[in-house]
Ligand binder design. Structure first.
Ligand code: ARG
Ligand code: ZN
Length: 491
């Protein structure tokens, strides 16, 4: 676009036009796409120079041999003239790369040994097409790869020794990638800023079955092998893509407006274990009243055979560790609006995910048990935040992305905001936030601006105290009432 305006200018320029202007108009040589997207918490993560629209992941997994044979089709648009570009891919071996059907050169830049002296697998795949890709052009990359996938260490989850991403366990394979694990199983632009739609074609031998995001459109049988085809047509951040391979049973229900709800669960799951999962339509209906329409084409989840360190809000298909209860289900379903539909702009904005999902647990309590129970939760949380001197929710630092600062103080920001602006404005702020940023990203700054605009008043002092300041604001009405004097006790 810019190029054609410039050449028009050169063509129309009077003969006396200055040479330097024309020289400046000459397009720059094609550049390498940036090796990272620019998230300060994760140097090297994500990539620049292109935007992915669709991933087609064809995976053949030999369960007994723990061996993956795969191809990833990546349809993307170049954001500038590209001499080369990179994808995030952690370990695994690449057999070949094609761009628009032409063989392309590729390298896996070596990664220096870690602090412990251990060699580290490569984490990038740098691709040089046979000819540069023009700015604005749509292109199709095909990466043939495979090997034995491993979880990737993630500085945001120091409490998970196996890292994030692909986990091969006794009972099956589970994929839980937040924040940086997507590259452990497919080459991608691994950052929430680059959302895309996905097709999955996953082949495994019987008796294993597959659960992935979106809607299962087909199961192709070929002897002992079955290929499970899933289409995820709502744009999705890479960390929310999931694949689960185990012997699953299924439970089906209908959500709001007929949205299909599928729960994949262990064949030996008891009715008691499944009872809370069966309440998902009811939970979704309630959440719609507070956040607006459920944003995706499908809902449900995977109840894993394993504990897997909690749960993750994978889009349309949260993955739950065994033992997860209704509180966790409310939390992960809330993430479908906050985190999945509206994703953080940078990982420092995590309170926009976890603060909202945690606060929603309080809303569910208010809905099912009443206002006094809700206030009780706020009091308890307040006492803890003050006692522990929990710091500010925004920009907690990479090692505290999953900490009380983000979850509890994040929830407390919303509790305070509701008090500050009243129910009518508060719920309008939440609903219009989702509408405005649907299938995109939101930053903390944008939320602060949005809240003030929607409420029609100045909120900077409120956010300065509740969101940005390290001290939890004093709330005398949340202090426990003074202990009764000894003489009056029981009287
Ligand atoms: N976002 C998840 C939740 O709050 C936590 C995921 C932690 N695990 C991980 N692998 N990052 O429900
Ligand atoms: Zn969460």
């Amino acid at each position: 676009m810019l190029g054609s305006v410039l050449s028009l200018f050169v063509l129309c320029a009077p003969s006396g036009a200055q040479q330097p202007a024309a020289a400046q108009a000459r397009p720059r040589a094609p550049q390498a796409g940036a090796l990272e997207i620019g998230d300060p918490y994760f140097p090297g993560l994500g990539n620049g120079g292109y935007d992915v629209e669709h991933y087609t992941l064809s995976l053949d997994y030999d369960f007994e041999g723990d061996e993956l044979t795969a191809s990833a089709g990546i349809r993307a648009t170049a954001l500038h003239d590209l001499a080369s570009f990179s994808l995030d891919l952690y370990g695994l071996e690449v057999a070949g790369v094609r761009i628009d059907g032409q063989d392309a050169r590729f390298e896996r830049p070596p990664v220096p040994a870690g602090a412990d002296g251990k060699p580290q697998p490569p984490s990038e795949l740098v691709i040089t097409p046979s000819a540069p890709i023009a700015a604005g052009a749509s292109f199709q990359a095909e990466v043939r790869y495979g090997g034995r996938p491993h979880g990737r260490p993630d500085p945001a989850v120091p409490f998970l020794p196996g890292g994030v991403g692909w986990f091969r366990m006794e009972s099956g394979v589970y994929v839980v990638s937040e924040c940086i694990g997507a590259g452990s199983w497919f080459p991608c632009n691994d950052h929430p800023r680059d959302k895309a739609t996905y097709s999955f074609r996953i082949t495994v031998a019987k008796p294993y079955t597959v659960a992935a995001n979106g809607i299962r459109t087909e199961v192709v049988e070929a002897g002992e092998a079955r290929t499970f085809v899933f289409e995820a047509r709502d744009p999705m951040a890479s960390y929310l893509a999931t694949l689960n391979i185990a012997e699953f049973s299924e439970l089906e229900a209908k959500g709001p407006r007929g949205i299909p709800v599928v729960i994949y669960h262990p064949v030996d799951a008891t009715q008691a274990e499944l009872a809370d999962f069966k309440r998902q339509p009811e939970v979704l209906e309630f959440l719609e009243t507070v956040f607006g329409p459920y944003p995706f084409e499908a809902a449900g989840g995977v109840l894993s055979y394993e504990k897997i360190g909690g749960a993750l809000e994978c889009q349309t298909l949260p993955v739950y560790g065994r033992g997860s209860n209704l509180e966790v289900i409310v939390h992960e379903l809330t993430h479908q609006w906050f985190g999945d539909c509206v994703s953080p702009d940078l990982w420092r904005d995590m309170w926009l995910n976890e603060g909202f999902a945690s606060y929603s647990e309080w809303l569910w309590t208010e809905h099912t048990e009443g206002k006094a129970a809700y206030e009780q939760l706020a009091k308890r949380s307040y006492a803890e935040l003050r006692k522990r001197k929990t710091g500010a929710p925004f920009d907690p630092g990479v090692a505290r992305v999953f900490s009380g600062r983000v979850y509890q103080r994040g929830a407390f920001v919303l509790y305070g905001l509701r008090q500050e602006v009243g129910d009518e404005s508060f719920f309008r702020i939440l609903k219009t936030w989702v509408e405005t940023h649907k299938n995109g990203n939101g930053s903390t700054e944008a939320f602060v601006t949005h809240a003030a605009k929607t409420a029609g008043r100045e909120l900077q002092p409120f956010f300065d105290a509740w969101l940005y300041a390290d001290v939890t604001p004093a709330q005398p009405e949340l202090e426990p009432p003074p202990a009764p004097a000894a003489g009056k006790a029981g009287g």
